[in-house]
Design a protein around this ligand. Sequence first.
Ligand code: ATP
Ligand code: MG
Ligand code: MG
Ligand code: MG
Length: 475
Amino acid sequence: MESAEIHRRWLDFFEKKGHTVVPSASLISNDPTTLLTIAGMAPFKPYFLGEQPAPWPRATSVQKCVRTLDIEEVGKTTRHGSFFQMCGNFSFGDYFKERAINLAWELLTASVADGGFGLEPEKLWITVYLDDDEAEEIWKKVGVPAERIQRLGMSENYWSMGVPGPCGPCSEINYDRGPAYGEEGGPAVNGERYLEIWNLVFMQFERGAGGDKNGFPILGELPSKSIDTGLGLERLASILQGVDNLYEIDTSRAILNKAAAIAGVTYGADTKNDISLRVVTDHIKSATMMIGDGITPGNEGRGYILRRLMRRAIRNMRLLGADGATVKQLVETTIEAMGAAYPELIADRSRIEAVAVAEETSFLQTLRTGSVMFETVADEARKSGSATFSGSEAFKLHDTFGFPIDLTLEMASEAGLTVDEDGFRRLMKEQRDQAKADARAKKTGHADVSAYRELLDGAGPSAFTGYHETRSEGL
Ligand code: ATP
Ligand code: MG
Ligand code: MG
Ligand code: MG
């Protein structure tokens, strides 16, 4: 079943069950606490928090999401994309646990002829929160035997938003991909084999102040209980299309094939190349979708996330052996692959391509000039028997060639060297302090951009994972 069909079926099913179909919101988050839309429920947050009345009692959507937290997972696991689509159904104080569970079961297991996804019930494993007997009882009534229901703790199966704010247990549906993916034992022990596909969040209680994500006070039951669910469209597509991972589904495979063709490599022949091909596929797709929503590459916030995705894609194309410009062809292929679900990409093709190509041109220039110096320094380090890439050289690369530190870190690690990051950051700070002193002396009053620089430099590449503030581990 094609991704576009999964999309359609999802919305049709829930529309027939009385849900209002709400189009995907932009990737540019309307929630000030996150830069990008990270879950299907994000656009509905004000309704769940009770800040605004929900315009409808029930809604359904297929929401574009980007999770920067998952960027580092790409290539390491094959079930995380930095861009993915979250199919959701939502009840704003309307139906609750029993109906949510029954709807999910019906859609997943109904035959394809009947409008469902036709999954075999025996392959579905359920997790519920530790003390959520109610959910377990409902699953048993639906027909899931006790041995395929497992209990998980706070970090996996409990969700909260805001203090005070709604919170409650989750229940997740996982698909057993079989012994080729590892030992049996259920999702509680093996997340590779038992692929998490759908998370049902039961907003049931009100969270009080204090505590942390491992435990917090509960003020009591919410006067009106809500439902938030999220199913990963690409994960379901990988199951329904019988492919191994997210990068091989219909809307990704064409990008992957294109990258392999440009670089002249064969997918499946070399593990290292395969990882690069997956990174390119994932990052180019995310970048295309982000540019489509109006984000442009830059040095802060969303622009920086986009820039980093594009640069990693371009670097991986070079690691694969492509040394010229490749982005135009890759973006074109992505627009073709994603255009069925997002026709606005096709209408906006020339602008999207122009933005992507401009970033590639400038980055290739940076790479050309900086790489020569990088190699010289790396060679010298190796010759002298050192495993360290000095902080002052990393600083020089940054200062003279605009080489971002995360790039130096990545290239050094590929060369078997460790960058003296402390030394680098010390020099960055000295430079900043000097610039501040100069600015004060001159009393120019120009805009001070040092705050975000400090953020980037100070926290290093890990700053990149820090944009997920509102969601707990669960959904
Ligand atoms: P995981 O444990 O695999 O990281 P999650 O628990 O973080 O997933 P949720 O926040 O529960 O994911 O999101 C709901 C659903 O969205 C998941 O069940 C999964 O199908 C899908 N999903 C989440 N993150 C990704 C991702 N990075 N790429 C593809 N699909 C994802
Ligand atoms: Mg996750
Ligand atoms: Mg999970
Ligand atoms: Mg989950």
